[in-house]
Design a protein around this ligand. Sequence first.
Ligand SMILES: Nc1ncnc2c1ncn2[C@@H]1O[C@H](COP(=O)(O)OP(=O)(O)OP(=O)(O)O)[C@@H](O)[C@H]1O
Ligand SMILES: [Mg+2]
Length: 483
Amino acid sequence: MFSSKEMPSPSSLFSAYASIATSFMLFRSMANELIPYPIRSHLFSAFRFFFKPRSSLLTLVIDESAGIARNQVFDASETYLCTKVSPNTERLKISKTPREKNLTIKLEKGEKIVDFYDGIELKWRFVCTESQKNDPNTHNPFMSRAEKRSFELIFHKKHKEKVLSSYVPYILEKSRAIKDEQRVLKIHTLNASQSYGGIKWESINLDHPATFETLAMDPEVRKAVIEDLERFVRRKDFYKRVGRAWKRGYLLYGPPGTGKSSLVAAMANHLKFDIYDLQLVNIMRDSDLRKLLLATGNRSILVIEDIDCSVDLPDRRLPDVRNNKQHDVQLTLSGLLNFIDGLWSSCGDERIIIFTTNHKERLDPALLRPGRMDMHIHMSFCSFHAFKILASNYLAINSYHQLFPHIETLLNNVDITPAQVAEELMKNDDADIALEGLVKLLKRKKFQEDDLNIQDSKRPKIDGRRRNPVRTPSRRKAKRRYL
Ligand SMILES: Nc1ncnc2c1ncn2[C@@H]1O[C@H](COP(=O)(O)OP(=O)(O)OP(=O)(O)O)[C@@H](O)[C@H]1O
Ligand SMILES: [Mg+2]
């Protein structure tokens, strides 16, 4: 800083500039006569460089394309800036395609936006220029449009490091989160109407409302599952470092109606991953399975429901039309597992595979061996805690109700699935009536179970053990699953 004594007066400054300008003119006219053109031009540009007034601002130009590829920073900035529209913005573009959930908002040419990051002021400008006809880049598909689009990001030079190492990565991360939020999830199922051999994935929008908040499950288990999923998606570098494919396997087991399919949907909604619902009954050969698995996308969940019903694979027979015989079907559990562990998981990123079963005890040991399914999640009968979540979801009861203690005692003594409780709670809008209905249902079930136990105690013992009454519901049930 200058002290007032050292500060040059405006008149002295003016005379200094005037003498520099006069010397420059003099130098120029002498140089024109004495110095040959190329050297003269270098001298002049050096002179200009030293005497040009310096700007304290730095401008980053972010073009739409980087060579022949799209510039990710441009795309991310476009997405990010939509969330920064201020009352001063004068023109915006909006659009919506049938596949999109929300309106897309974009800046119009020349619009400016001011953003603040960690106390730094950042000025953005959206620039569109006509691209020249003989532009060498016109072979580029993004440049063949008549206009060249870019963002200019202007800030004080002293923040260069911070902007490049922190603000730009922040924009990339933020735009990914925004895109995930807007993404319409898909559920892919096998197209069974195709003739055999032409089987392929078919997708529709996944509109399943299940979330971890609405799922009635043990809070500890819920927390563990969410943490596991989040750790998995964060750990790309870790998987690379330890030489493992970036995949995670979950086994969901429990009686029908305890929320296994709902948990799959909640996981997909949480991670914004598509679901591939693989019904093995429709696949006859390992080769078809490979083709289908290789056609699945990254950031997806592959679900094989009721794996205990599907693994009698080697017994399935495929009619041979030509010879009117039956062929052994060439689809085996080990083929499936080896492929999932091997090629499939290593040719994509962020793969999750989920098996569900009502009968964990019937599963092939190959599925249960350590390292195959990373987490075994037990979905069980409705606990009192799970009931309170359902009461909050279905009846908006978020605090105490006089029937709660009674319901708690009954739930401790009766096996009832969350699906059955949910169905009962839906029967009436009036919370008191719905809860009374539930109490009646629980009492009825308790009575039936007591009755069964009495009958059971009268059964003769076999090998010193009393056989359990078989209460397994049909496994070939029609399912609504995710739709
Ligand atoms: N834990 C739960 N939390 C909230 N709702 C549940 C839960 N379990 C079941 N439901 C309700 O019951 C319906 C059926 O549940 P879901 O299909 O998820 O059960 P499932 O365990 O997959 O059964 P299955 O073994 O027959 O496939 C769901 O649509 C949901 O409304
Ligand atoms: Mg299910």
